[in-house]
Design a protein around this ligand. Structure first.
Ligand code: HSE
Length: 398
């Protein structure tokens, strides 16, 4: 079987490497070898092990009937969308690692794949090497999924771990993460939570069988977390992590991306560094958790190749995937209940008057007290916060 790779960056070159290194193993599992025929990239790669396969014209792939499988590792929505669509329409199955493409246009590409009796797969788009998408789409299909809570951004988890363990400052840790190649080209998507919002929108779309717009997911990143917050977290015996959450609410789902204070007994508490983990609660299964490398060349490429093998085993047959075009109305996030950690400059009396039974945490910082509220609705908390006046920080307790 012949595969074409579109985009020879970190992940694309990783896919070629996995196919080279594990060629015989993969051939055994598929029944025949999968070999790279073309690599589409505008750049030159002299001396590369795949030399001789590089092309610059997408039509070479689209018009070659020998190519039945295509990998999209270009990134960005355009022209990735147009290139993937052209290949699906030409009767080729496509796998992508591109979460922006899946979050924005996944529903459309899934429908085209179904109509053309081919497959569009995207295991690598969430959780890197962790097989969370296939798990939700196949293994857990006997369950109603009541909750998905993930650490799905390696960059921010690495940064929070470094800040906690080494007392490092936010800016230094960000530069370090970029130097190590964890952060996206534009780190805004990672640190402001947009990358995690796209990923939880994809997971919620799979669970709901319907398009979830990531713009509808209330999203806060970690850019406002300071060394002071880490000190309070330690005093509380908790760890601050950026969580992407989806909870079933009646006929729909409530989603949020935000930093949370996790207690040691929380299943995601000990997920450190660049690792990702996704906690899933099913109404029959109960609790389960999936852990592994959430980013990086070979773990992500491994997930892409897993899709290639699945698509190779289903040539001419679409594996049905429910993902309706009609946008899902998410539940009102103001109706979620939480306890909140707050840092404020008001005194004990003012805090106690507004937030009855608040637990005060005094770290001896001038003009500042921390406190934890009792459980209350998000809307109630916001009204009380307004009444209290300006505060320095709010982090939800998990
Ligand atoms: N920037 C992403 C992360 C890459 O840090 O998780 C994987 O999607």
């Amino acid at each position: 079987m012949k595969v074409a790779i579109m985009g020879y960056g970190t992940i694309g070159s990783g896919v070629a490497e996995v196919l080279r290194v594990n060629r015989d193993l993969i051939a055994g599992r598929v029944g025949e070898p999968i070999d790279v025929k073309y690599i589409l990239d505008l750049r030159e790669f002299p001396g590369d092990p795949e030399e001789g396969k590089f092309i610059k014209d997408i039509n070479v792939i689209v018009n070659d009937p020998e190519v039945t499988l295509v990998v999209e590792t270009m990134g960005g929505v355009h022209p990735a969308y147009e290139f993937v669509k052209a290949n699906l329409l030409a009767g080729k199955s496509v796998t992508t690692s591109n979460k922006a493409l899946v979050a924005d246009m996944g529903y459309d590409l899934i429908r085209i794949a179904r109509e053309k009796k081919v497959n569009f797969m995207f295991e690598a788009s969430v959780g890197g090497g962790i097989p969370i998408i296939r798990t939700l789409q196949t293994c857990l299909t006997g369950d109603e999924i009541d909750e998905v809570t993930g650490i799905v951004n390696g960059t921010t988890n690495y940064m929070m771990t470094e800040m906690e363990e080494n007392g490092s400052d936010f800016d230094d840790v960000l530069h370090d993460a970029q130097a190590r190649g964890y952060a996206e080209k534009d780190p805004t998507a990672d640190i402001e939570g947009f990358d995690a919002a796209r990923k939880i929108a994809i997971l919620t779309s799979i669970v709901a069988g319907q398009q979830v717009d990531f713009h509808d997911v209330p999203t806060e990143g970690i850019s406002k977390i300071t060394a002071y917050d880490i000190r309070y977290a330690k005093k509380l015996g908790r760890s601050i992590k950026l969580l992407a959450r989806m909870v079933k609410e009646g006929d729909t789902y409530c989603c949020r991306v935000a930093p949370y204070l996790l207690p040691p007994e929380h299943p995601l508490y000990s997920v450190k560094g660049v690792f990702n983990a996704v906690f899933v609660k099913g109404n029959m299964l109960g609790d389960s958790m999936y852990y592994g490398s959430g980013a990086g060349k070979l773990p992500t490429a491994s997930a892409v190749v897993g899709d290639l093998v699945a698509m190779a085993k289903h040539l001419g047959k679409n594996i049905y995937m429910e993902w309706k075009d009609e946008k899902l109305e998410l539940a009102d996030p103001n109706k979620q209940e939480n306890r909140y950690f707050v840092r404020a400059h008001q005194g004990r009396g003012a805090i106690a008057k507004v937030f009855l039974n608040a637990e005060i945490i005094d770290m001896g910082v001038d003009n500042e007290l921390g406190f934890v509220t009792p459980k209350m609705l998000e809307s109630e908390f916001n009204a009380k916060k307004e009444e209290l006046g300006e505060v320095f920080q709010v982090i939800r307790m998990a």
